[in-house]
Design a protein around this ligand. Sequence first.
Ligand SMILES: [Zn+2]
Length: 556
Amino acid sequence: MRLSLCCILIGLLPLACQTADPIRTAHEAITPELLAEHIQVLASDAFLGRAPASPGEEKTVTYLVEQFQTLGLRPGNGDRYTQEVPLSEITADPSSAQMEVRGRRGRLQFRYGDEAMFWTKRLVSDVSVTGSDMVFVGYGIVAPEYGWNDYAGVDVRGKTVVMLVNDPGYATGDSTLFTGRAMTYYGRWTYKFEEAARQGAAAALIIHETGPAGYPWAVVEGSWSGPQFTLVNAQQNRDRCAIEGWLTYEAAQRLFELAGQDLTQLKAAAARPGFQAVPLNLRFSASLRNTIREVRSQNVLALLPGRERPDEVVIYTAHWDHLGVDPSLPGDSIYNGALDNATGTAGLLALARAFTALPEPPARSVLFLAVTAEEQGLLGSAYYATHPVFPPEKTVAVLNMDGLNVLGPMRDVTVIGYGLSELDDYAAAAAEAQGRYLRPDPEPEKGYYYRSDHFSFARVGIPALYLDAGIDHVTHGSEWTLARRAEYVERHYHKPSDEYDPAWDLRGAVEDLRLFFDIGYRLANGTDFPNWREGTPFRALRDRQRAQATAPPTTP
Ligand SMILES: [Zn+2]
């Protein structure tokens, strides 16, 4: 009614018509001032670095729930705005860590920390593997869609598998192997440990190399030192390998020498189709003591129920957590996580405001999901993905934000994992409407697609889009932006100095969020279920899921 009246008056009252445009109203709800306000609160010292299961969590969750309530959004989990995420905290005692390899020519010991990092995901206070036969399994990959099986013809039950990081496509640069230089899901350590467990291995070790891993040994050592949060399954994680770990490349070279093998040659062999696993005729032993603590954290969920098909949902995600406080640090000990990820969380609140500014909700539901424990391995999102409120087959898409653009307007926007799903087309259309363009991930070999929360959803089949800030700055160009980004990584990434800076130019973030809005708005008003592209790792799973969802009911 109002629309047709508007059309009649269009010549007379162009301004009134424009303000009545629902999309424009929604866009205008997203402003730099709004973002700055939320970021300053979330990244303030009072929020104590937003560590899961800490007083900082209480403040963060309370703030988010209040904001969502004020916007008139409904609880996203039955009658609650939160979903409890049970986490176990496992802390290894470094002084108890032993690792030894024996062969016919002698034995080697590897120092915990600077030569080897290892741990257990099992909920046990003592873990050990003794005299387990070692097998080199190449890249440790079983990927039918790429015609690859490193475990073909070998039984590794009870054995210790040793493998390379990344995948054969990266190693060779051959675009016919996997996806060439771009890292696939199979290149990530998470996958490799899971596959080793599926194969029944007692222990799994990855050989670290800075290039193919995407980060230096210091990151491996730092990430797996101190308390580690983990999700616990019904088997208390006893279905995981007893020991998981990494070796430095130098340690691995010595290990292969002891076996009378040449690591360089085996690496080359592992990248060739038809590679066969190689028994090393070595026996592996390792042991470790842990202390275990059970804690509870929260995902925050707010729902805008759909007008016509409320059972179908588009999900926006951002992780609210960061690294908390490290009292051992001299000076500033609070990891404020302003960019990572107070910005994304502020973006989630801004999108919630935009959708609630619409005169009526979209046809499908929209869920705003702020997840916990991303920094500990995407745990909050993994928990939701495996304990979903909306079933995966009814979840249209996930749109994830992790670190917004604080450098000002850009001509481009980066799609991490470009080419994986049809959501790229939605992003391209939305960018074009803004007079902007999409840029594929400039460093696909680093596997960033597998390193934030959208990936937890991809793993259960749901198409997931991860947009990152562009680099083609409207006034300063790309080089300037890249220099600023490098500076952030060097000085502030995962450091207490990741703080809100009044000099940030949030106009680019506003544009990106309006683009995010447009994608979600179109999905939420459509009937399409965009899919993964043909030949990508999650396509088969999604096809099965959707086939079940659309199958006619069987007669009893
Ligand atoms: Zn983050």
